[in-house]
Design a protein around this ligand. Structure first.
Ligand code: HEC
Ligand code: HEC
Ligand code: HEC
Ligand code: HEC
Ligand code: HEC
Ligand code: HEC
Ligand code: HEC
Ligand code: HEC
Ligand code: HEC
Ligand code: HEC
Ligand code: HEC
Ligand code: HEC
Length: 346
């Protein structure tokens, strides 16, 4: 007969005197498919007990209990009738409960003999047992910061109920004046007041906008009525352009039309140009080839389309004239056909 491999194997070796009955127990249990054997019986005489004897009893010494002297639990070395209930030793004998039973008498519901401080979340947590998760700063607070010393009675869960004075006292920005809602979580988490964020429904913060501070857009703490028009914040940028000079060129003030809303940068402007310059014969032609002056309302086609060759292409075309306005009027799409003939030229 071989000894089945199980957690109890080292214990079997220790309990030499009991090996025969134990093997019988194991044999019975393995035949019923059970893995765990009953702990071997500890010695009978009180003084002969060791920590290992205790391991085999129904009160194994774990955590801090393992380091204690026998006397601390067995007062006057009386062994029989020693209580097993945490509360008896830790409240009736000595008042160890910091919260004076306000959390209940069954210490083992929440604690193990490892340490009173570390409460295993599998045993008890504010989230699962109370239904309210302590996050950020709240996790590190003393229970009494919220519950006071009276007892663990329910507290309001709404931030404003506990933080009204913080709201009223906030001056950078002044929350009352800015007309902020009292639902703090729409801008704050529970880590600190300083890292506010706000979900802009009417104006998605992306690119450089996402990293800008609230105050850069909401000057002087004014939040209501902030315009979403790019130019309301970027007029100085517009006026300061040189390449191309937007103001001199008469660029529209509607930045979005050419710069989109990504706010990733001003370069790579993409706009719906009236004459095809991203496809066909003129794709990739530099702006300055047609816009020879800084005024973008003005354009020139003749630099490339020489007079003699162009004239010869229009021998049969009524209303033809060799000037840029005329070229554009008949060729608004930059193609030979279909060429339109503006009524003014007929
Ligand atoms: C943390 C407290 C604690 C410590 C330390 C402790 N014990 Fe115990 N001991 C108990 C408890 C509780 C029981 C009762 C277990 C039960 O009723 O099943 C017990 C039971 C016993 C018993 C059996 C009593 C009976 O009813 O037959 C003996 C013997 C014993 N302990 C000896 C010792 C010795 C020797 C030491 C030191 C090496 C020691 N204990 C350390 C808590 C402790
Ligand atoms: C409902 C769960 C619960 C029960 C029951 C309970 N406690 Fe606690 N106890 C806690 C929590 C939670 C803490 C706080 C731990 C922390 O600081 O995060 C705590 C803290 C303590 C502390 C202070 C730890 C420290 O140094 O900050 C002691 C001591 C303590 N409990 C002893 C007891 C005793 C003794 C009993 C039984 C009489 C008991 N507790 C019952 C949940 C409980
Ligand atoms: C037979 C008495 C007895 C029983 C039962 C008992 N303890 Fe203890 N426990 C003690 C003694 C004595 C100490 C050492 C006291 C000290 O130095 O603070 C101790 C220490 C502790 C400590 C360490 C305190 C520290 O200073 O770090 C914790 C935690 C603890 N016990 C939890 C429990 C829990 C949980 C239970 C129930 C599962 C329990 N005890 C049952 C007697 C007992
Ligand atoms: C940030 C504030 C805050 C802190 C800190 C806090 N609590 Fe609470 N606690 C609450 C709120 C809020 C409730 C009510 C939750 C609900 O009703 O949904 C509550 C409810 C409870 C309840 C249930 C009360 C009942 O009768 O229903 C217990 C027990 C409790 N807390 C224990 C603790 C313990 C233990 C600590 C320390 C580890 C602690 N709380 C720390 C805010 C807090
Ligand atoms: C039951 C009361 C209670 C509720 C509810 C509560 N808090 Fe707290 N909170 C506290 C206490 C107490 C403190 C610590 C003392 C302090 O700094 O005001 C604190 C601290 C904070 C801090 C850190 C303040 C600092 O100075 O670092 C922030 C941030 C915070 N809470 C945000 C929130 C938010 C957001 C909510 C809602 C989701 C909320 N709190 C709900 C009681 C509460
Ligand atoms: C619409 C967004 C918004 C809401 C809602 C909001 N806050 Fe704020 N809060 C901010 C901004 C923005 C800051 C400045 C953040 C920074 O300094 O980085 C701030 C800062 C604070 C500060 C620090 C202010 C100072 O003067 O030092 C406190 C305290 C504060 N908020 C409390 C609250 C409380 C309490 C609530 C809910 C009752 C709340 N806030 C709701 C946006 C908001
Ligand atoms: C890049 C510019 C920009 C930044 C940065 C910005 N906002 Fe805004 N914000 C706007 C614009 C534009 C509006 C108006 C459109 C809207 O309501 O979504 C607005 C609207 C708001 C409103 C609504 C005001 C009302 O009408 O009631 C609040 C509150 C707000 N912002 C808070 C914040 C907070 C808090 C921050 C910092 C965390 C922030 N904003 C950062 C541009 C910005
Ligand atoms: C409420 C004010 C506000 C509005 C409206 C606004 N912006 Fe901005 N924008 C800012 C701020 C503040 C910054 C960051 C600081 C800076 O670079 O000027 C910024 C940055 C940018 C940048 C990055 C500039 C760089 O340095 O690379 C671009 C591009 C930009 N915005 C484009 C736009 C466009 C396009 C619109 C309209 C769709 C727009 N913005 C609307 C305030 C605004
Ligand atoms: C008709 C299209 C168009 C419109 C409208 C437009 N831009 Fe531009 N913008 C451009 C083009 C094209 C460039 C050059 C892009 C490149 O270099 O890739 C440019 C470049 C820029 C530059 C960088 C060049 C420099 O000299 O600094 C800034 C800043 C700028 N635009 C701001 C604005 C602002 C602010 C508005 C709105 C008030 C605006 N733009 C409206 C087409 C436009
Ligand atoms: C092949 C010639 C050609 C090229 C290349 C060209 N354009 Fe144009 N552009 C025109 C024509 C034709 C018009 C139409 C003028 C009209 O409708 O009055 C025009 C119109 C414009 C307008 C409109 C001004 C207004 O009044 O709305 C802007 C702005 C402009 N171009 C900017 C640019 C920029 C920036 C580039 C370079 C990326 C560029 N153009 C390249 C021919 C050209
Ligand atoms: C940078 C030089 C350049 C400029 C400026 C230019 N073109 Fe062209 N264009 C070309 C070239 C090259 C071709 C192809 C060769 C050809 O057909 O002459 C062409 C072809 C054309 C065609 C015939 C396309 C086809 O489908 O065969 C038309 C129509 C045309 N251009 C009209 C214009 C008009 C209108 C302007 C002014 C708004 C203009 N071009 C400005 C270089 C230019
Ligand atoms: C009155 C209208 C009109 C004017 C003005 C006009 N064109 Fe044309 N163009 C046409 C017509 C019609 C054709 C012939 C289309 C066909 O045969 O399919 C044409 C053909 C062309 C061709 C293609 C020739 C070929 O066979 O490849 C080019 C290039 C061209 N035009 C450029 C210009 C330029 C540059 C100007 C300005 C100097 C201009 N056109 C002025 C109506 C006009």
């Amino acid at each position: 007969m071989t000894i089945p491999r199980s957690k109890t194997t080292p214990a079997i070796a220790l309990a030499g005197a009991f090996i025969i009955p134990l093997l019988l127990i194991l044999a019975v249990q393995s035949s019923t498919g059970q893995e765990k054997a009953a702990p071997p019986t500890p010695p009978r005489a009180g003084q002969d007990w060791t920590i290992e004897s205790h391991d085999r009893s129904n009160f194994p010494l774990t955590g801090k209990h393992r380091t204690l002297s026998c006397r601390e639990c067995h007062l006057n070395l009386v062994f029989e009738g020693t209580p097993t209930d945490c509360e008896v030793c830790h409240w009736q004998r000595r008042q160890d409960d910091r919260y004076s039973l306000r959390l209940g008498t069954r210490c083992s519901d929440c604690h193990t003999p490892q340490s009173w401080k570390k409460v295993d979340p599998a045993l008890w947590s504010h989230e699962t047992n109370v239904g309210y998760k302590l996050e950020g700063v709240h996790r590190t607070l003393d229970c009494e910061a919220c519950h006071g010393t009276g007892g663990f009675t329910p507290r309001p869960t709404d931030c404003y109920a506990c933080h009204e004075s913080d709201y009223r006292g906030a001056d950078d920005p002044n929350h009352l004046q800015a007309g902020f809602p009292t639902s703090c979580p729409s801008c704050h988490d529970q880590r600190a007041w300083e890292n506010a964020s706000y979900n802009h429904t009417g104006f998605t913060l992306q690119g450089h906008h996402a990293s800008a501070s609230c105050a850069e857009c909401h000057k002087n703490g004014v939040y209501e009525g902030t315009s979403t028009e790019c130019v309301s914040c970027h007029l100085d940028d517009y006026n300061g352009t040189s390449d191309p000079d937007h103001k001199a060129s008469g660029f529209p003030l509607d930045c979005e039309q050419c710069h989109g809303t990504s706010a990733s940068g001003w370069s790579g402007a993409d706009f719906d140009h009236p004459f095809p310059i991203t496809s066909g014969r003129h794709s990739g032609v530099a702006c300055s080839e047609c816009h020879t002056t800084s005024d973008y309302r003005v354009f020139n086609c003749l630099g490339c389309h020489e007079q003699s060759s162009t004239n010869s292409k229009h021998k049969d075309v009524t209303g033809y004239a060799y000037n840029s306005q005329a070229c554009y009027a008949c060729h608004p799409n930059g193609q030979a056909a279909p060429a339109t003939r503006p009524s003014s030229l007929w």
